[in-house]
Ligand binder design. Structure first.
Ligand SMILES: Cc1cc2nc3c(=O)[nH]c(=O)nc-3n(C[C@H](O)[C@H](O)[C@H](O)COP(=O)(O)OP(=O)(O)OC[C@H]3O[C@@H](n4cnc5c(N)ncnc54)[C@H](O)[C@@H]3O)c2cc1C
Ligand SMILES: NC(=O)c1ccc[n+]([C@@H]2O[C@H](COP(=O)([O-])OP(=O)(O)OC[C@H]3O[C@@H](n4cnc5c(N)ncnc54)[C@H](O)[C@@H]3O)[C@@H](O)[C@H]2O)c1
Ligand code: SF4
Ligand code: FES
Length: 808
């Protein structure tokens, strides 16, 4: 503690409170700061819990300030400690574990609690809210053990929770009181488009249903509705809104209404005690989104640091749903009435919808579905209460302006106050971004993201961050700064593919030569990539350039750290025979294989084969290569399925083997894994595969873009099909579309994120002709592939050159 400094106590270690402290530190506030938080964690980004649930982030990833941050800023932190009372007379706070801490100033930022419906059974096991890391962990664990979830509430939280649980493999029904989803943010058109999209993604809905009871013994087993119908569920998430956490204020005698009542400088009824965040009620309103909380925090920080500030006059809120492939945006007013002038455009083919509401020609609200590129502009215009003009109309309705849209955007950035928050999720102001650019010489959004945090959560602010970059850098700003596939070229993947096709280029040398490569021979990054693109474009004539391949692909086996190799024979669908096992055993003994390992993909790895023995091992095994080294189909993992399993409704082993035989050996941009399951119990773990297939309702459900590696991603529900033929056609089309549009080395998990699930669905599911053409193209490419080991064993020269002479 530093003598003479005032003692500032923050109660609540969440985003609003710590955001305020960060501002105080930036303003050089001279306080001894102590923070209390009931949760056992340092300050984290609550909004990213939706990503933790869906599996794209870990708890570690969402920590905003780790323990070192508190130390570095001389802040005393008490986690797992709840403040129970503020005593005005003695100017002390008291905690649940018996501490008494003196204060000069207190900030209450206790946030909200999940609202749990007061109905019989809501205290049963298996009923949770979705508010904090503990809830998220409960949900992740439940998804492993239970299969049928109900999410009560079709608001932002409920829908994000439902999609997360679907991604985790649960059968999820959203139970909503009203007839329209997100009725507090969307009008009927946008709502119904949203419901249709989420249905496509695997979420089920029970609309207009009021839950009156949660049934079951100790654990919940189902819901009963007011119309006497029932829904079975062994896990229930309540997402029916939040309740400001006013317990501490109330018990301390501070005026509370729905929230803790404050004036325009965030002062409560008790002297020296302030309140920010969701627990706060300002001019009769409590907010449930982060942007207003940061705005409040900024004003309170200035007030506490003696810096002149405008009063807080309330916030205009905007929302964006954080579900990949579902773009929805809403700001300000959204339901039209006779007093509004309505501008709207609905496109049922592209599945987009745009509505802007004017009152006396002032823009007072907007709703977007499908295409949210104008969300940042509209958010700003609603906030500013801007008047609609021809130029703004052309800009936001995309009707082709006079060509000076960029200039207009610059003007609106210039007009923006320095302290205006650009990134609501992370409380980043325009000034912070401008400073990051001018002080550090940054030129890309990614650099700004790393430095300031802007764009790192929902991504809704990216267009404004780009506009600020453009505004500061002027002519030197290059939108989406053009980057080549490596330092040898400035051409992107798409440009190279287009040039190869239009100019009829046939070899990597020719590509590099004609397209002015900086290094004539290319590098280890571009050579294999160009070789792949050529093979993809000319499957029948391209001569694979072995020298452009990575070492494992050249050798047809995986090199290990001791210089020996791993050999993986193909076992279609993970099924083998006693005869093959005997062969594997005999070869392993003969060639002194160090370890025989069962892989995660249900294959046998023969680890530790000497280089010179590799061809002999293949020869004696006389089994096809499992391609464990290649950028192609690795394994098709299967469950037992209907041949033997009593739950199985589909023959997963048969289908898995068929798929593996059909698609083996073909080159892909990156390795490719598939799983086939006989029923939704999903024993072969479809959710982490490039294509996951699940037998369901007498047909098949297809998931794409899953990954279990360094950057895990749960696969997205892609479509349902009825027959085996349809299944193969869709799989063919997805694989070929990925082959044709994927960047070399880009896994489908990244490809789906980059392309957007909806784009892929539209290209394949909504366009039958395209789907059939893609399937025909992959069949043509498959007809060209041969077994490289057979070839190698018959070719003495290559065999000697690779396994007897060269060093790798
Ligand atoms: C899953 C999820 C997704 C969300 N997504 C978005 C989004 O995309 N965009 C958006 O704008 N908003 C989103 N929100 C809302 C946003 O997270 C909240 O508005 C914001 O976190 C509120 O911040 P806060 O600091 O006021 O409260 P909180 O984050 O709730 O922090 C309050 C903290 O105080 C602690 N506390 C309470 N009482 C005491 C006490 N007496 N003593 C000590 N500690 C105490 C609590 O344990 C808690 O840790 C989301 C919320 C959730 C749950
Ligand atoms: N992307 C985002 O911005 C985001 C994401 C998650 C959470 N949040 C915030 O977290 C908070 C909590 O979210 P929320 O969705 O729970 O709150 P909410 O108040 O926005 O939505 C609750 C929904 O539950 C419905 N509902 C109420 N009672 C019901 C009942 N008995 N049965 C069925 N449905 C019922 C309501 O009609 C409403 O649509 C909100 O402040 C929200 O803004 C924001
Ligand atoms: S996924 Fe279904 S069919 Fe396959 S093994 Fe598991 S329970 Fe049986
Ligand atoms: S507004 Fe969500 S990341 Fe910036």
């Amino acid at each position: 503690m530093t003598a003479n400094r005032e003692k500032l106590v923050l109660v609540g270690n969440g985003m609003a409170g710590v955001g305020t402290i960060e501002q105080i530190l930036k303003l050089g506030g001279m306080y001894d700061i102590t923070i209390f938080g009931s949760e056992p964690h340092p300050n984290y980004n609550r909004i990213m819990l939706s990503y933790v649930l869906e599996g794209s982030k870990t708890v570690e990833d969402i920590i905003l300030n780790d323990l070192n941050w508190y130390k570095d800023n001389n802040i005393t932190l008490h986690t797992g400690t709840t403040v129970t009372r503020i005593d005005e007379a003695s100017q002390q706070i008291f905690t649940d574990n018996g501490m008494a801490v003196p204060y000069d100033k207190v900030i209450i930022a206790t946030g909200s609690n999940s609202f749990i419906l007061p109905i019989p059974g809501s205290d049963k096991d298996g009923v949770v809210g979705f508010r904090d890391i503990a809830d998220c962990e409960t949900m992740l664990a439940a998804a492993k053990q239970y299969s049928k979830a109900a999410v009560i509430g079709g608001g932002l939280l409920g829908l994000e929770a439902a999609k997360g649980l679907v991604n985790l493999g649960m059968d999820v029904t959203v139970v909503h009181l009203m007839e329209d989803l997100m009725e507090r943010q969307l009008d009927r058109n946008a709502s119904s488009m949203l419901q249709a999209e989420l249905t496509r993604q695997g979420v089920k809905f029970a609309m207009g249903k009021q839950t009156v009871e949660l049934m079951g013994e100790q654990r919940v087993s189902g819901l009963r509705f007011s119309d006497d119908t029932e829904l079975a569920a062994d896990f229930v998430v309540m997402a029916v809104g939040i309740k400001p956490n006013v317990a501490l204020a109330k018990d301390s005698g501070i005026t509370v209404n729905r929230g803790i009542v404050v004036n325009d400088y965030l002062q409560t009824s008790m002297e020296n005690v302030y309140s920010v965040g969701e627990c706060t009620e300002h001019r009769g309103l409590c907010y449930g989104l982060v942007a207003p909380l940061f705005e409040q925090g900024m004003i309170l920080a200035k007030h506490l640091c003696g810096v002149e500030t405008n009063p807080y006059e309330g916030s205009v809120v905007s929302t964006k749903l954080k579900i990949s492939g579902v773009d929805v945006f809403s700001a300000g007013e959204f339901i039209d009435s006779p007093e509004h002038t309505v501008i709207s455009a609905k496109d049922d083919w592209k599945r987009t919808y745009k509505k802007i509401l004017l009152k006396n020609n002032i823009i007072v609200g907007a709703v977007l579905f499908g295409d949210v590129t104008e969300s940042a502009s509209l958010q700003k215009l609603v906030k500013q209460g801007a008047e609609m003009t021809d130029a703004i109309y052309a800009e936001v309705m995309g009707t082709g302006c006079c060509g000076d849209g960029g200039a207009k955007k610059s003007m609106s950035i210039e007009a923006m106050a320095d302290e205006e928050i650009v990134c609501g999720c992370n409380g980043v102001t325009k000034k912070a971004i401008v400073d990051a650019v001018t002080e550090n010489g940054f030129t890309t959004v990614d650099e700004i993201k790393a430095c300031t945090g802007a764009t790192r959560s929902c991504g809704g602010c990216k267009p404004v961050v780009e506009q600020i970059l453009q505004f500061v850098l002027g002519d030197s700003f290059q939108q989406g700064a053009k980057q080549g596939i490596c330092s040898c070229t400035t051409l992107s993947r798409d440009e190279i593919v287009a040039e190869i096709t239009t100019k009829g280029l046939r070899t990597t040398k020719e590509v590099m030569n004609v397209l002015d490569w900086k290094q004539a021979e290319g590098c280890s990054k571009c050579r294999p990539a160009v070789n792949y693109y050529l093979g993809m474009i000319y499957p029948d004539t391209h001569e694979d350039e072995k020298e452009s391949r990575f070492v494992n692909e050249r050798m047809g086996a995986n090199i290990q750290k001791d210089g020996t190799f791993t050999v993986v024979p193909r076992m279609y669908g993970g099924v083998t025979t006693p005869e093959d096992l005997m062969k594997i055993a005999a070869v392993s003994l003969k060639y002194d294989v160090k370890v025989v390992k069962v892989t995660g993909g249900q294959r046998l790895d023969l680890i530790g084969v000497k280089k010179e023995d590799v061809p002999k091992v293949w020869e004696e095994l006389d089994m096809p290569s499992g391609y464990a080294y290649a950028k192609s189909l690795r394994t098709v993992k299967t469950c037992v399925g209907s041949q033997f399993c009593r739950f199985g409704t589909q023959d997963s082993m048969g289908m898995g083997a068929l798929i593996e035989r059909k698609y083996e050996r073909l080159d892909f941009p990156a390795k490719f894994k598939i799983a086939v399951n006989g029923c939704p119990r999903n024993c072969a773990e479809s959710c982490t595969k490039d294509i996951g297939i699940v037998g369901n309702d007498g047909g098949w459900e297809i998931f794409i873009g899953g990954n279990g590696g360094i950057k895990p991603r749960i696969a997205d529900a892609f479509c349902k099909v009825k027959t085996d033929e349809e299944l193969l056609e869709v799989c063919s089309a997805v694989m070929q579309y990925y082959r044709e549009t994927g960047n070399y080395l880009e896994r489908t998990s990244e490809w789906v994120e980059r392309m957007g699930l909806e784009t892929i669905q539209t290209a394949i599911m909504d366009n039958e002709m395209n789907r059939k053409e893609l399937a025909a193209r992959i069949d043509f490419a498959l007809a060209q592939v041969t077994d490289p080991w057979k070839k190698m064993l018959e070719d003495d020269n290559t065999r000697t050159a690779l396994f007897e002479k060269t060093t790798v």
